[in-house]
Ligand binder design. Structure first.
Ligand code: NAI
Length: 495
């Protein structure tokens, strides 16, 4: 262990014996068992690790630190920038948020990288398939920004926030990884056919980034199709880059293809911190029994080795792991054939024994996946034009649409705004309603500035004051045309 934090991660490729400080969060439940096993095998292939142990998770929450992350731990992560983390429990009843999510947010770990590669010898419906792809999930934006509001007592809203900056950052990460792994294609996966602005911005931002990487093909796929393609023809994928919610689901689907979350590694990258962790939880049902499978964290450790430029050591450890799985005689009970399961430490011993057959190899030439350079997002084009068109005012109303329209039109008389459309849950219900949409007490009222009235956004406070006389409004969205295209969606049924 290091006594001081003077050492920092070097920017350049490192020699095979160079000291590398890593913050080690052993975690809760089976965390210490899988972390100890992982450290043992990592130390065997790279002699230079200095593990800086740091506390986090349930035990910290029980001491009254709701985040589960004491300042000393954050201080170490700040200084070292490299973390190996076991699972952290989120105890029910301590009022704390997930320490995992907090860590991702605090260090802007925007890139969740989940390689999907099967292990040999395991039975399963995809056992013989040539699966080898990586899901790259944007990790901090989208619905997971966690911006939620009750709009009425009966209607909840979650803001889906997608930014050009965030989308370009993850796009750059995807292409950096594709290049580091000598991949020939990237799929950008979205739901841009429905969410044309948010998912559409993600798609177009990644397409912008792709123009700097013409050696790699970029294909677009809709997320629902991608889910079935991952099951039908997983061989077609090399790198998938996608938004947070899509990625959450697709990466677990990918883990399912190769035998489950217990085998799936993951890394979380920010500009200053890289955190390597297993995807599974703390497995309290088997904690302390020397039964846990450390494969996922070992594979995350292999990603860490690659990240620090130790690609030779990474390949060696990966080969040893594969050999143990191929032999199939020293696997933990979760993946072993019935009655043949061994302990965590016996599995670890088998990996160490396999390593003795695999010669040390030099760090191969090539680009390690080093992401310590800052990512700079492109600016909006300087020529951006924006014209004020009006406002969508969201109101709570217990009656029907025609009565709401009447109430609004009465207050709008004499203002520079016209009521042009009312929708309910996104479907137009006034001036025409098609089909038989059901309605709730939450209405979007589109108020457009009248041509030639000179009405602009400065008139909105007065407008809202007037509307308050007739309805209870809960939020307002300004409507602008940006670079000649409406910066807002039409309602379903509106043309
Ligand atoms: P879990 O992943 O801990 O366990 C689900 C099942 O999988 C259990 O039967 C468990 O024994 C088994 N399992 C998981 N990892 C295994 C391994 N390495 N070897 C063998 N068997 C394994 O999920 P659960 O029970 O929903 O969550 C338990 C705790 O973990 C909760 O407090 C949760 O918040 C936390 N958690 C933490 C995560 C993280 O740190 N990234 C991720 C998921 C859950």
């Amino acid at each position: 262990m290091l006594d001081t934090l003077q050492d920092v991660l070097p920017e350049q490729d490192i020699a095979q014996d160079m000291r590398v400080p890593v913050v080690l969060i052993r975690g809760d439940g089976i965390g210490p068992e899988v972390a100890d096993a992982t450290c043992r095998v990592l130390e065997e292939v790279h002699k230079g690790f200095d593990w800086l142990e740091a506390e986090a998770g349930a035990a910290v929450m029980e001491k009254g630190i709701k985040s589960g992350l004491p300042p000393e731990t954050l201080d170490k992560i700040d200084k070292v920038g490299l973390v190996l983390k076991g699972p952290l429990a989120t105890p029910i009843g301590h009022g704390g948020k997930s320490s995992n999510v907090t860590l991702r947010k605090l260090y802007e770990l925007y890139g969740n990288v989940r390689p999907i590669q099967p292990l040999p010898g395991l039975a399963g419906p995809f056992a013989d398939r040539d699966i080898n792809f990586t899901v790259i999930r944007e990790n901090v934006e989208d619905l997971y920004a966690g911006v939620e509001h009750m709009q009425t007592p009966d209607v909840a809203q979650c803001l889906k926030l997608i930014t050009r900056k965030g989308s370009e950052k993850i796009g750059r990460l995807a292409f950096a990884l594709a290049e580091a792994e000598h991949r020939s294609s990237v799929h950008v996966v979205t739901k841009a056919n429905i969410m044309k602005l948010t998912e559409g911005l993600f798609k177009s931002s990644v397409e912008d980034v792709a123009r700097d990487h013409l050696n790699i093909d970029l294909d677009h796929m809709l997320v629902d199709n991608c889910a079935q393609q991952m099951v039908l023809r997983p061989e077609q994928f090399e790198v998938i880059v996608t938004t947070n919610m899509n990625g959450d689901i697709l990466s677990d689907l990918g883990a399912g293809l190769i035998g489950g979350l217990g085998l799936a590694p993951s890394a979380n990258f920010g500009d200053n911190v890289a955190m390597f962790e297993a995807v599974h939880g703390s497995a309290p049902d088997i904690a302390g029994r020397d039964l846990a499978n450390p494969t996922a964290l070992i594979r995350s450790g292999i990603m860490l080795l690659r990240h620090i430029g130790q690609t030779g050591a990474a390949a060696r450890l990966s080969d040893a792991l594969m050999q143990v799985y191929r032999e199939g005689t020293h696997l933990t009970p979760d993946v072993a054939r019935a009655g043949t399961g061994v302990s965590t430490m016996a599995f670890c011993d088998a990996v160490l024994a396999a390593l003795t057959d695999i010669p040390e190899r030099p760090v191969p030439a090539g680009t390690p996946l080093s992401l310590k350079r800052p990512h700079t997002a492109r600016r909006n084009p300087l020529s951006t034009t924006r014209n004020f068109d009006g406002a969508d005012v969201f109101v709570e109303w217990q009656g029907d649409a025609p009565k709401l329209a009447l109430a609004l039109e009465t207050v709008l008389a004499g203002t520079g705004f016209d009521l042009t459309m009312i929708s309910n849950r996104g479907t137009m219900v006034w001036p025409q309603a098609q089909g038989r949409p059901d309605t709730v007490n939450h209405w979007r009222c589109r108020l457009m500035a009248k041509a030639g009235s000179g009405a602009d956004e400065a008139d909105l406070p007065d407008l809202l004051q007037k509307l308050s006389q007739a309805v209870r409004w809960m939020h307002v969205e300004k409507l602008e045309t940006v670079n000649g295209a409406p910066g807002y969606s039409l309602a379903q049924g509106q043309s």
